[in-house]
Ligand binder design. Structure first.
Ligand code: NAD
Length: 484
């Protein structure tokens, strides 16, 4: 395994060139776009801007490859996926540094674990199967339920976890016999282009292609007649465009979208011991995660002590370039998001809400740095409570009554995740049962696994990723009825 030092990382190693992967080949594009390093605000590299024709070529190659790929056995596809995981493992260090460079997240605590989890995910999913089910078998007939692959899957991914969220889609799609074209976020295309490149040395041509470019490639994919399914992760707003556009060809859809997750710290919680988990649940990845704690509800009986302990812990963190091993909180990923998060800060200040940590952006600092900011008890109807901040700001909100806080937590168009914290586990689970979300963690945070469905309710999602349920969504149910 090659070890890449931070110093090397800053040099030409990651400047490129980067290529599209189409039909098993590395392909240049006639145009390119700048990819920024969010820690410096400087251009990191140029990424190829795929043309509409190149996207069509990738889809055509995927359609052609589907014929042979879908005819392989599960065991044969497992073999390919394990070989892909091995090839990625050989480039693990390089991918992690590149992820930090383009995304901003701290190398040791965020980027390396993201790459490791993604590789492990492929290995584990490779071993899963969707067997044929015999629904009826009697003297007169047999009924079998098969799960057949859909065809070409289009993956559209965001910039917060570009490696993990893309490979979460690749592994189950390919395992179940589909082929795939990935369009990464224009903010973070580089790691995806690299793992697309690595795939070409291991997988048959056309099975996995990567086409980077502008947002306009998204609608081309969602309307494409030869794409059978769109697996999308991104904002709810964009997800609505995907739904509209996909209607024309009745595509299958899995949509993983925005959230405004509540954490409820119950009156009996051992709250002191869970402050680190709550902090990282909110501020990890600089608050840029769909299932991040975006509203932290604390019972009035321990409000003041909680806020001061939370602020003390938060104050120990170091903001900076993710390549610096001492840094625990990186920059916000891009200028657009930086500006959005600043709007939250402006709104908090304009409305006289109480900032107990952070709140001031250093105007002279290069890069997109927002300090960890804690807002003490903003009103329930404030922007920071009602909307998805997707940045390192956490509101700590006081409640008096458990029924009331459940109602407040549920009073949202989103329904992605949430967490409940309390000593009496049964009581905490009872609260979890009442939250209208796809996932609720009780006394733990962000545990995930290949057999655990991950998805949102309400406007946070359609379908699920992960779990047998998620894998089924890459297939069509097909019933075969046989007269004896
Ligand atoms: P985004 O919606 O702006 O972009 C997501 C992807 O959609 C990008 O690849 C983009 O190029 C593409 N796109 C843009 N316009 C499109 C269109 N009209 N048609 C098709 N594709 C189009 O989201 P983002 O800013 O990259 O990511 C942040 C959002 O993603 C947050 O809301 C976050 O909560 C959400 N998210 C959800 C999950 C989840 O699993 N539920 C995970 C991560 C992020």
């Amino acid at each position: 395994m090659t070890t890449v030092s931070a110093k090397q990382a800053a040099t030409s190693l990651f400047e490129g060139p980067y290529y599209l992967s189409i039909a098993g080949k590395l392909v240049d594009a006639t145009a390119s776009f700048d990819v920024m390093n969010p820690a410096t605000g400087q251009v990191l590299a140029k990424a190829p801007s795929g043309s509409p024709q190149q996207l069509d070529d990738a889809v055509a190659a995927a359609k052609s490859a589907f014929k042979t790929w879908s005819a392989l056995s599960y065991d044969e596809r497992e073999h390919y996926l394990v070989a892909y995981a091995d090839a990625l493992q050989a480039h693990r260090d390089e991918l992690a540094v590149l992820l930090t460079l383009e995304q901003g997240k701290p190398l040791k605590t965020m980027a390396e674990p993201e790459v490791d989890q993604a590789i492990s995910w492929i290995r584990q999913i490779a071993a899963r199967r969707i067997p044929v089910e015999v629904l009826e078998d009697n003297d007169s007939h047999t009924v079998e339920l098969h799960h057949t692959p859909l065809g070409v899957v289009g993956a559209i991914t965001p910039w917060n976890f570009p490696v993990l969220l893309a490979l979460w889609k690749v592994a189950p799609a390919l395992l179940t016999g589909n082929t795939m074209v990935i369009k990464p976020s224009p903010f973070t295309p580089l790691t995806t282009l690299r793992f697309g490149q690595i795939a070409q040395s291991v997988l048959p041509a056309g099975v996995l292609s990567v086409v980077s470019g502008g947002n306009e490639l998204g609608p081309q994919m969602t309307a494409h007649p030869d794409i059978a399914k769109i697996s999308f992760t991104g904002s709810t707003e964009t997800g609505k465009h995907v739904i509209r556009s996909a209607a024309g060809t009745v595509k299958r859809l899995t949509l993983e979208m925005g959230g405004n997750d509540a954490a409820i710290v119950l009156p009996d919680a051992d709250w002191k011991s869970v402050i680190p988990q709550l902090f990282w649940g909110a501020i990890g990845n600089s608050g840029q995660w769909c299932v991040g704690i975006k509203r932290l509800y604390v019972h009035r009986s321990h409000h003041e002590a909680f806020v001061s302990a939370f602020v003390e812990y938060a104050g120990q963190q170091k903001l900076g370039d993710g390549l610096d091993p001492e840094v625990t909180v990186g920059p916000v990923q891009n200028k657009m998001q930086f500006d959005k998060v600043r709007e939250f800060l402006d709104d908090i200040k304009a409305n006289g809400q109480r900032i107990v940590l952070g709140g001031e952006v250093d105007e002279n600092r290069a890069g997109y740095f927002i300090p960890v900011t804690v807002v003490d008890n903003p009103p329930e109807d404030s922007k920071i409570v009602q909307e998805e901040q997707f940045g390192p700001i956490v509101p700590i909100i006081v409640y008096d009554d458990v029924d009331d806080v459940i109602e407040r937590a549920n009073d949202s168009p989103y329904g992605l995740g949430g967490s409940v914290w309390g000593r009496d586990t049964r009581a905490a689970v009872a609260v979890a049962n009442r939250l209208e979300t796809g996932m609720v963690w009780v006394n733990e945070m962000h545990t995930q696994g290949v057999d655990i469905p991950f998805g949102g309710h309400k406007q946070s999602g359609v379908g699920t990723e992960g779990g047998h349920e998620g894998r089924l969504l890459f297939t069509n149910p097909k019933t075969i009825l046989i007269k004896k």
